[in-house]
Design a protein around this ligand. Sequence first.
Ligand code: NAD
Length: 404
Amino acid sequence: MAACLQLNAKSYRAFLSTTSAPKHSAKPARMRCSAASPSKRYSITLLPGDGIGPEVISVAKNVLNLAASFEGIEFKFQEMPMGGAALDLTGVPLPEETLSVAKQSDAVLLGAIGGYKWDNNEKHLKPETGLLKLREGLKVFANLRPATVLPQLVDSSTLKKEVAEGVDLLVVRELTGGIYFGKPRGFGTNEDGAEIGFNTEVYASYEIDRIARVAFETARKRRGKLCSVDKANVLEASMFWRKRVIQIASEYPDVELSHMYVDNAAMQLIRNPKQFDTIVTNNIFGDILSDEASMITGSIGMLPSASLGESGPGLFEPIHGSAPDIAGQDKANPLATILSAAMLLKYGLGEENAAKRIEAAVLDTLNRDFRTGDIYSPGTKLVGCKEIGEEVLKSVDAQVPASV
Ligand SMILES: NC(=O)c1ccc[n+]([C@@H]2O[C@H](COP(=O)([O-])OP(=O)(O)OC[C@H]3O[C@@H](n4cnc5c(N)ncnc54)[C@H](O)[C@@H]3O)[C@@H](O)[C@H]2O)c1
């Protein structure tokens, strides 16, 4: 079975520990055929989903397969329906069989779900409900979303070059609690007879403690700075969040902890994003701030994510949605999904070297100036989803060094 996230500090540290990058000499493409015979086997559930999901998953699967083969890894892929595709096929957005196969695998790679066709469905029949159930079913409470401005794409950022360049932050978002799941929730009528809709922001101590530990461990592996974002000046749930995070901080004296109100954090991310290393926050604030952070990097099409639990398979997915406006046109940027596959190798399977092969290949492809429309700038080569995927495969095959 895959290595998975055990939330005692020791094993999580080992799990996240970085090994030095392999130093590959450039080898001819024929080496691809002589990759070591597989010594490790993992089962991967693929959930292509809707819109551009199947396009980006098909590209990412090939890259994952090739990079892993150089490390003696073989995958058994099982593709299952999810989201709108599952609704059309089975009448529900997350069929029991999909969840069961996902739970039994070593890691899950998801494309994206949703689309206009299902927008007016009742809530329990929306693709998005299937996604929330999947996260809940896999008990993946920690969502890691890196936002790194690559030197090759600094001009794609909406921020000024001097503000954007060098940004390298990671949002650790709590994923299975808070207002998205809290009860009571629903619709009703208030004492004045007016119709109301209501939700509940609620966190138990264990939910905060475990996400805080993931964040401290992650910050420790980065630049040792953790900023906890809350709204403790107004919300009781946030006051409690801050109290627990401060308590957990005593276990991590080497990590510098700061606190920031979410409204200020939203502003600081635009004003001076370089001040952040690791950010930890609740489900709803993390949802919003990580999307905001994504734009600093230039395109939502570049950003991967990992969702991890205490045991069992992790869920790896690009942060973008199904992009119905460009679906089926070979215009999608698959790099976020390819980088999610790298996170799958690193955080889901503990296969750091194979992950580095993918990351290096993505940088090499960008260095060779291949761009999809969302990250295109004059002077670079505009290509589609499939072609940029082929170029990444070439870079993996050439075993480009990790330092490109
Ligand atoms: N995790 C998920 O599966 C997820 C996340 C967000 C939204 N959604 C769903 O996706 C659907 C569309 O939502 P949306 O339009 O708000 O968000 P979106 O992320 O799908 O698209 C926003 C914009 O970014 C572009 N874009 C997104 N991914 C891209 C990529 N890889 N390459 C190039 N361009 C890309 C789109 O073309 C669009 O202009 C909705 O049904 C929504 O519920 C799903």
